[in-house]
Ligand binder design. Sequence first.
Ligand SMILES: Cc1cc2nc3c(=O)[nH]c(=O)nc-3n(C[C@H](O)[C@H](O)[C@H](O)COP(=O)(O)OP(=O)(O)OC[C@H]3O[C@@H](n4cnc5c(N)ncnc54)[C@H](O)[C@@H]3O)c2cc1C
Length: 455
Amino acid sequence: MTVIALADERRDELAGRFGGVLVGPGDSTYDALRACHNGLIDKRPALLASCRGTADVAEAVRFAVAEGLELAVRGGGHNVSGRAVCDGGLVIDLSLMRGVDVDPESRTARVQGGALWSDVNRETAVHGLAVTGGAVSTTGVGGLTLGGGLGWLMGLYGLAADNLLEAEVVLATGEVVRARPDSHEDLFWALRGGGGNFGVVTSFVFQLHPLAEVVGGLVAHPIDAAGDMLRFYRDFTADVPDDLTIFAGLVHAPDGSGMPLAALVICHAGPRERALQEVQPLVTWGTPAMVEVGPMPYPAINGMLDDGFPAGSLNYWKSTFVRGIEDGLVDTMVERFASCPSPMGAILFEHFHGAVTRVGREETAVPHRATGYNLLIPEVWMDPATTDANIAWTRETYDAFAPYRADGRWLNYFGDDEAPNELDAAYGPNRGRLAEVKRRYDPDNVFHLNHNIVP
Ligand SMILES: Cc1cc2nc3c(=O)[nH]c(=O)nc-3n(C[C@H](O)[C@H](O)[C@H](O)COP(=O)(O)OP(=O)(O)OC[C@H]3O[C@@H](n4cnc5c(N)ncnc54)[C@H](O)[C@@H]3O)c2cc1C
């Protein structure tokens, strides 16, 4: 049932037992609140319920179910697919729930479900602590962690989800449970990689690690060096310590010139002296056009790429794990990048190694545990007139990589147009068990605006 706007008496009924803010069409904040990071998303919910706490989330879930309303859950609003909002229906908006409470003694943090990684970094850095978040700091903790959460520290500390100790979840019944290794174990397993399928996570408890500083930054080469640099990257990353994570790719200069570049993005989380030594070959290779590498606080490296992904920009992404960085793949990449229609487009490798690969494929719901590379085409543009050209280029580029694909695909990068069978590539051997957990916790598929596990 598509509800365009909710009748006043229905909205008033929820308002009577709700401590947050209800926003519908006609309210002044409606457009800002329904907007997602991806400016292509333009959905018009009947009501957005901005919750202040767990009780509000439980009321909103019960209300949506009782009214038969479509239900969406908005964490940081970053998912390219735009499933954090819906046309008609109710959006549970968590943007008022961004609290982060660090316990420096146990080195843990309880993080509310609507926090962004920048919120986490800010509070944990006070204590010289950190945990794996995304590669940029503007993404939401909620969606990123539930989808696994790869980032700069994954070689050393695993994925964001690997550092999860507990999650407080509002289930489809409105019941509130805490999932951890010794309670609701099946749910705890599924939350670490199964996406938003099982309920609304109102808070996450993460294990933190002592880490105040990293040695990192950016090395950019003229685009003519692209092929050689990618082959150098392949050879160099064949043997790197856990604390050194490097992404490489073909990008455009973020200074507005749109100049195409071949770039290495480096994060070394080891002790400063060793880190400086170990990044040296990355800095001295070839004839770089720009080198900005040095010691910096962890939050600085986590925010370094934020400006390349502005809120409201238009986004269409594709990604796949690859069998390796074969010469043919490098050539295809260089050739395809040359026709990229956007001055903000990129093609990137994300290196999986170290701690992230030492977790079993079925130990959490994230099956992507092999050493290797994820290939990402994060197409971003600003001019709506070029939307068709950008989407077409991204699809063609992705198709051109078909001969080099490995089995897996990273769930968090899925867009809105993936065929249902592509979920096999995302959930791998865990899809069956995820469906069992789904049957147990959400048999009516109340939470289906996600990359859906059908019960
Ligand atoms: C610029 C950019 C950079 C990115 N970098 C990375 C990266 O480095 N590593 C990586 O792994 N991914 C990355 N991603 C992908 C990102 O992890 C996903 O888009 C993720 O879903 C974002 O989380 P969110 O809370 O902001 O999303 P939202 O759009 O708010 O939510 C996405 C989905 O997650 C679910 N959800 C969100 N919060 C909750 C909650 N509290 N409880 C229950 N369900 C919830 C909902 O089902 C919702 O549909 C990036 C995306 C962008 C746009």
